[in-house]
Write a protein that binds this ligand. Sequence first.
Ligand code: NAD
Length: 306
Amino acid sequence: MTRIFLTGGAGFIGSAFLNQALTEGHEILVYDNLSFGQRRLANVADSRFVEGDILDEALLGATMRSFAPDVVVHLAAIHFIPYCNEHPFEASNINAMGTFRLLRAVRSVPSVSKVFFASTAAVYPAAAGPLSEEVPVGPTDIYGLSKFAGEEVCRAFQSDTGMPTVVGRFFNAFGPNETNPHLIPAIEEQLRAGTRVLQLGNTSTWRDFIHTSDIAAAVHALLRHDGRGCETFNVGSGHEHTGMDVVAAFSSALGERIEVTSDPARMRVSDRPHLLADIGKLTRVTGWRPTITLAEGIRTLVAAWQ
Ligand SMILES: NC(=O)c1ccc[n+]([C@@H]2O[C@H](COP(=O)([O-])OP(=O)(O)OC[C@H]3O[C@@H](n4cnc5c(N)ncnc54)[C@H](O)[C@@H]3O)[C@@H](O)[C@H]2O)c1
């Protein structure tokens, strides 16, 4: 049993990680300001939930010292790229400065022996083909830039303190309880409203979709991994699909024909054509493997509301 201090545990990926952690018998305290997350998603008693901001270093430090965690899993962030583009100062402040304040608070908590930081594939440059951790970073938007700054804060923290620190670069998460209006929840919303003619943005870009329960399992595997220093791992499926593949998976899950029309309002200003993970390092080091394909994950989503 591990005592885990979890930021962002009321969010999309955080709630999936939390549920797996509870099943494995860990003790968890969730710290989340509920700006994007929802209290109902964090399946813990009120005594294990603190509504707080990661910019509030005093509250972070006091909460951590009284809970005395073994590990800190830091998922809280501003994540939706169009929102980050519209609010660049807020996004970079929370993603970079929030990470800095969190790690400064960790220094005052002697029980902590490991930190996990959720970064993103958005730190990579636009490129076709699988991206390994060796590829030099080249973020193309404020979100990727702010997360890369968060990674650098982690590296500086690790080199100052010697504490093992893990950076997980998540690719495109999908699964239940998505909090931000990405492609899959946008499709679900329209299908559930009864239409079979979807209005979508760009459906030709290729993405590496990874189910949130596989991400959660990867984070648990990385927490168990006996690493030193500050190590970086891609967390993806290793497979690429277009937006039209996603639509086809919904069509097959429903057993109905679906048409797509283009909605200019949903087009992103900048949208890289490809994003694919090389997951060799993560699988080699931890033995973790993704278990849920895009088609299976979408069948489960559809089954939940049919
Ligand atoms: N969803 C994806 O496809 C994806 C891909 C790559 C990386 N990530 C990263 O994974 C992590 C989780 O993402 P998610 O999809 O679950 O997003 P999410 O928005 O559902 O979760 C983020 C959580 O952080 C909380 N939060 C935001 N700002 C906060 C602050 N200042 N103080 C305290 N809590 C705050 C929100 O309320 C929310 O519950 C993030 O770090 C994100 O950057 C997500």
